[in-house]
Design a protein around this ligand. Structure first.
Ligand code: 6R9
Length: 635
């Protein structure tokens, strides 16, 4: 696939305008290029926002794994497709070539078939970041089974809920996983979950930590012996463009997890297109996204997008702090990483540590840096730019969602001038709108509102598994004929977008609408503050008042907390106004976070409201242990 043929920002705007004038032609030209279609489409797009229903490339026939693997074998068969870097730095990295990947995916696909998995069946994958995770995803796609990956740090309850919701027939797991200095017994979590899951017929168990675990007769099987016996070629199942490819659960701030359903052709075209252009990918690059494949970033930008481009994609099993805080940079140096894509939460965590961890490594191979997952604050952006990018690598701040399937707003490297904290411009093909409280589109620049998308794009989720009504209500009912993202955004004087956070994070204090994100930004500017989260709590006079949870940087010195509180409020007063001052400031060791680094404000809100018996499931958190401490020391 070619890069955009644009050299200047003006040319980008021309291309953008073309994509708005004739979206179908725009997408058709992209789909025509370099993909393997068993049959081309009859129509590019058919849609109806009121149902809502979206059909991309109807009539086309394809298999996504032919596009991600087979077609590369002849031209780059010996090139590394997946570069696996184990948790333990002393264990050798594994280079899986495109040829080898083909063989392993085909064998795995044949095992799935032998175990009775057919097109349309749901397979739940609960694996750590080992090659079998990517391979099992592709094996499902090879035979038309629908994969549902559940992050291997989730609890047995979370796993059971997700298995039952989509009535999966099989679980693929491992005997355990390595995470830094710890080993985790995954199989017993699966066993516990399966006590309440009746749809599961088979459990395939990959050996990773060689622990002594028991297999349940008739249900559990070791994966490796089955793979050894399996035939090494597997004819791909020919899929319709709109056949389901996968389900991925996203938690949202309320209610049960939503199984976002993605389909085949549009998802493939869009992830391939965005990977190529946002990361400015070139043939010999070594691309690394540090996300876990258990969430959408890993699906789109570790597996499908890179492989559809014939890229080398790194899979890292470990954590940024093991064996020390220099691990990321050691890996960049070791594998000469060219594109590095991570989350603001990781950047902030590493920025708290000694700079020697970064400076002692040669990072000169890097060309493009990326961030995703939450708004990046100014300080973290500069730390990343100065110390990792040495002010020479563009930072692509990519905004998107599980629901959008691929990156929607992002700078294009070496083309879009970056601006700290701004995701900048929509990619060509993406039509955004900002909407005011009355549901009207706000035109012009220097405005803010609710972020919507007013024209379909190929990788949008097509439904919520088993609950199309909820899909309609959540995303298409707030405003007519558009997709509502749930985020707020502002558009600056040149048309750059800055995501200000989820709109349900808006708090009304004394009748003023206050977004928590800009207040958090101000708090974070205090030199002693590492991170903060703000929620509202009921107040007799103001209606709501603000409660701030603040993590301080580790300096080793004692600080007077009352003075700190005053200083923090002083900064807020200067930046936003006294209306936004925090009534309560609690200093905490950590904030409850999802695995992708999003602060779980729902939990903080409940603590601030003193509703402690009803915190909901905290087991899916990255750090459930911080919750009890926050409760103990609440103000
Ligand atoms: C890819 C992913 C989606 C939500 C999204 C927004 C936040 C993601 C962001 C960002 C500001 C960015 N978000 N990227 N906010 N700037 N560059 O993270 O998907 O886990 O579904 O989360 O994450 O609030 O609505 P998902």
């Amino acid at each position: 696939m070619s890069n955009y043929h644009v050299k200047t920002l003006e040319e980008y705007f021309q291309l953008y305008r073309k994509s708005v004038r004739n979206p179908e032609l725009f997408w058709e030209e992209i789909a025509e290029e370099h993909f393997v279609w068993r049959k081309k489409w009859d129509t590019v797009l058919e849609y109806d926002f009121s149902k809502p229903e979206f059909k991309w490339f109807e009539g086309a026939k394809l298999n996504i794994t032919e596009n991600c693997i087979d077609r590369h074998i002849h031209i780059r068969g010996d090139k590394t497709a997946i570069l696996f870097e184990p948790n333990n730095p002393d264990e050798e990295a594994e280079h899986i070539s495109y040829k080898e990947l083909h063989k392993r995916v085909c064998k795995f696909a044949n095992v799935l078939k032998e175990q009775g998995i057919k097109k349309g069946d749901r397979v739940c994958i609960y694996l750590p970041m080992i090659p079998e995770l990517a391979i099992s995803i592709l094996a499902c796609a090879r035979i038309g089974a629908v994969h549902s990956v559940v992050f291997a740090g989730f609890s047995s309850t979370a796993l059971a809920t997700r298995i039952n919701d989509c009535e999966a027939k099989m679980v693929i797991t491992s005997d355990g996983s390595y995470r830094g200095a710890k080993t985790i017994d995954l199989k017993s979590i699966v066993d516990e979950a399966l006590e309440s899951c009746s749809s599961i017929e088979t459990v395939l168990v990959a050996k990773r930590i060689h622990s002594d675990i028991e297999l349940k007769e008739g249900r559990d099987k070791w994966l490796q012996p089955l793979l050894e016996e399996a035939y090494q070629d597997c004819v791909p199942e020919i899929m319709d463009a709109e056949d389901p490819l996968f389900i991925l659960y996203t938690s949202g701030s309320t209610g049960s997890p939503k199984g976002m359903l993605h389909t085949t052709a549009g998802y493939m075209v869009y992830t391939a297109y965005t990977f190529k252009n946002v990361f400015n990918y070139k043939e010999n690059d070594i691309y690394w996204c540090t996300a876990d494949i258990g969430w959408i970033t890993g699906h789109s930008y570790i597996v499908y997008g890179p492989l559809a481009n014939g890229a080398t994609t790194v899979m890292f099993e470990g954590v940024p702090s093991y064996p020390d805080f220099g691990r990321f940079w050691e890996i960049v140096e070791k594998h000469k990483i060219t594109q590095f894509y991570t989350a603001p939460t990781a950047i902030r965590a590493l920025a708290k540590e000694n700079l020697d961890f970064v400076d002692s490594h040669d990072l000169s191979s890097l060309k493009v840096l990326g961030t995703v997952g939450e708004p990046i604050n100014e300080e973290a952006w500069h730390w990343y730019n100065d110390n990792v990018g040495k002010k020479k690598n563009p930072i692509v701040d990519t905004w998107w969602q599980t629901e959008t399937g691929g990156i929607m707003i992002s700078p294009l490297p070496y083309l879009t001038p970056t601006k700290p904290t701004y995701a900048t411009l929509p990619l060509p093909g993406i039509q955004l709108a900002l909407i005011d409280e009355n549901g009207k589109e706000i035109k012009g620049n220097q405005v803010d509102g609710r972020l919507c998308v007013k024209y379909p794009w190929p990788s949008m989720a097509r439904s919520i598994w088993g609950n199309h009504q909820r899909y309609k209500e959540t995303y298409f009912s707030a405003y007519d004929n558009m997709y509502f993202t749930g985020d707020g955004a502002l558009r600056d004087e040149v048309g750059y977008y800055r995501i200000t956070g989820r709109v349900d994070d808006v708090i009304i204090v004394s009748g003023h609408n206050l977004g928590t994100a800009p207040i958090e930004d101000s708090v974070n500017e205090h030199p002693a503050v590492a991170e903060s989260a703000i929620v509202g709590f009921p107040h007799d006079v103001k209606g709501n008042a603000l409660y701030g949870y603040v993590i301080l940087k580790e300096t080793g010195e004692e600080r007077n907390q009352d003075n700190l509180r005053k200083e923090i409020n002083q900064i807020i007063t200067e930046h936003i106004g006294p209306i936004a001052k925090l009534d309560k400031i609690q200093f905490v060791e950590g904030l409850p976070k999802t695995r992708s680094g999003k602060i779980m404000r729902r939990i903080l809100r409940k603590i601030a409201h003193n509703e402690l018996d009803n915190l909901g499931d905290v087991s899916t958190l990255l750090n459930p242990e911080v919750v009890q401490n926050i409760i103990k020391e609440r103000l």
